[in-house]
Design a protein around this ligand. Structure first.
Ligand code: MCA
Ligand code: AMP
Length: 505
């Protein structure tokens, strides 16, 4: 059995002095030193009682140690459960209650706030900061590196990543060792990653994009990373000479294009730019090529599936499309509500099947059954069409989802909070085009008869309840919501009505 992920991602480099992470302060951590740190962290987690299959929930700032916690979990056969650092205590309560992790690892600044939650669910609370601080870090400094590698199978869980649900309840996508490994292998080959590559890593490491797509590919190929704490256009520009590849959400590319120094000369040495997590406007693709001479490679994926499609490395990278199904991924476009496929050129619901597709939602068999068919096809909820050359176009979403700067927001979750606010009878949350984030959140409110609505105090009250990126960036009050004859709110009408609120943003 062994430990497939450990054997492929970590074992080959245990004794390598080649650089792995080059940091913002120009410190460089070798593969050997990273592995050693991960092995010490594994000892601390094992001493805390973490065994195969236990969840380790992690909400910490990006740092080499934070990535080493993932490596430690793989060594232990534990289930890594990363959480967006923007989530509030309120949001964390749900994840911890649902996943019942053995360890809850948080930033030192949040320890006091979250201690009651950890104790309520009998989780061991540990802390990890981004400057070598925190109880986990201190314990790891004094721990021996763990030499044992847990034996797990390809079908065993390696990670749970929560994705928001249409009903407002987040679902934990269970990802197996094989899901992660097969996708990393496929992407490494498709995008030609080798040990000579250096990836500029400016994404967060709590979502699929920065964690699995970016980091797993580098680990598998032996490539190194310039590992920045977050995206800052000037910082990215200054480190560009040190790298060969960049992966980002579309906002990275629009922000880089706003920098006049970002041009053909600055990017002449680059091998590859990859975009995903949200639609890249064809216009951005075209502008990028005109400015730099590079064609961005756009790909498409989901938390539940890792990556499904990609534009070709060789061959035409077609603007406004997500390319073709990756090797090993079966893709079909079905008529809504069934399994009958549409004709070429027609829009339908995209379904995918393959080793990349997750094992189901954590403790939600009904939700799993709704979205994962018995024959292995996963219903993505994205609307797509295939053109005559086989390129897949994502044309919309069947699910009521907003994607802002690459982060997902389910309107229902925000509407449920808005509906509880003083004076609010009902609400509708929609997206409006936003030049920086792609889509921005708009809240449309209707007042209880006779009551008035104070949007500023509502915005204030949402502050501690949901992550900042989910909070409406624009509020409007209407006498009533537009409805169709069935009584359903016509969100398309609202989208149209508020389509210009972020003009100039
Ligand atoms: C920050 N803010 C946001 C966002 N980010 N609001 C909406 N959407 C966002 N994405 C808020 C901040 O809290 C702040 O609010 C204000 O907007 C301005 O923040 P700013 O400093 O401009 O933001 P930033 O720190 O520069 O971050 C923008 C970012 C970041 C770099 C685009 O959001 C980011 O790294 N996004 C990547 C997300 C990602 O990795 N997605 C992959 C998911 P205030 O001023 O009021 O406090 S995985 C996935 O989707 C699938 C599987 C896939 O295919 O990859
Ligand atoms: P997540 O829940 O974070 O896994 O987000 C997955 C969703 O992001 C997909 O279902 C798509 O709606 C969207 N997405 C990811 N990549 C792309 C892309 N290249 N173009 C359009 N939508 C994308």
């Amino acid at each position: 059995m062994g430990n497939p992920l450990f054997d492929a991602l970590f074992a080959p480099w245990l004794n390598s002095d080649a650089p792995f992470l080059s940091l913002d302060d120009e410190r460089v951590i070798s593969h050997r030193n990273f592995a050693d740190r991960a092995a010490r962290i594994a000892t601390v987690l094992a001493d805390a009682g973490v065994v195969v299959g236990e969840r380790v929930a992690v909400q910490v700032p990006k740092s080499p140690d934070a990535l080493a916690v993932y490596a430690a979990c793989v060594r232990l056969g534990a289930v890594f459960l990363p959480l967006n650092t923007a989530y509030t205590a309120n949001e964390l309560a749900y994840f911890v209650g649902d996943a019942t992790p053995h360890v809850l690892l948080v930033a030192p600044t949040r320890a006091a706030d979250l201690a009651p939650l950890a104790s309520e669910h009998s989780a061991t609370l540990m802390t990890l900061g981004d400057a070598g601080d925190g109880s986990l870090s201190e314990a790891a400094n004094g721990a021996n590196p763990r030499t044992v590698v847990a034996t797990v199978g390809a079908r065993d869980l390696a990670a749970i990543l929560y994705t928001s649900g249409t009903t407002g309840r987040s679902k934990g996508a269970m990802l197996t060792q094989q899901n992660l490994l097969s996708n990393a292998q496929t992407l490494c080959a498709a995008w030609r990653f080798t040990a000579d590559d250096v990836l500029l890593h400016a994404l967060p490491i709590f979502h699929t994009h920065g964690l699995f797509v970016a980091s797993n590919i580098c680990l598998l190929s032996g490539a190194s990373m310039v590992f920045l704490p977050g995206f800052n256009a000037a910082r990215v520009l200054s480190r560009l000479p040190d790298v060969t590849t960049l992966m980002g959400v579309p906002t990275f590319y629009t922000r880089l294009l706003a920098e006049s120094a970002f041009d053909a000369a600055a990017t002449a040495h680059m091998r590859l730019f990859v975009s995903g997590s949200a639609p890249l406007l064809a216009e951005t693709h075209t502008q990028f090529e005109a400015r730099t001479g590079h064609r961005i490679l756009e790909r498409y994926g989901m938390t539940e599936t890792n990556m499904n499609t990609s534009n070709p490395y060789d061959g035409e990278r077609r603007a406004g499309t997500v390319g073709f199904a990756l090797p090993g991924v079966d893709l079909r476009i079905c008529k809504p509500g069934g399994e009958e496929t549409v004709e070429v050129g027609e829009v339908g619901v995209l379904e995918v099947r393959g080793e990349n597709v997750f094992a189901g939602y954590w403790q939600m068999p009904e939700k799993t059954a709704e979205e994962l068919r018995d024959n292995g096809f996963f219903i993505t909820g994205d609307l797509a069409r295939e053109d005559e050359d086989g390129y897949v176009h994502i044309v919309g979403r069947g699910k009521d989802l907003i994607i802002s700067g690459g982060y997902n927001i389910y309107p229902k979750e925000v509407e449920m909070l808005l509906d509880q606010q003083a004076g609010v009878l009902e609400s509708a949350v929609v997206a409006a085009p936003h030049a920086d984030f792609g889509e921005g959140v708009v809240a449309v409110l209707v007042a209880v008869p006779g009551a008035s609505i104070d949007c500023d105090s509502i915005a204030e009250s949402l502050r501690d309840q949901i992550a900042r990126f989910k909070q409406p960036k624009h509020y409007a009050v209407l006498p009533e919501l537009p409805r169709n004859t069935m009584g359903k709110v016509q969100k398309n009408v609202l989208r149209e009505q508020f389509s210009a609120v972020f003009d100039g943003a």
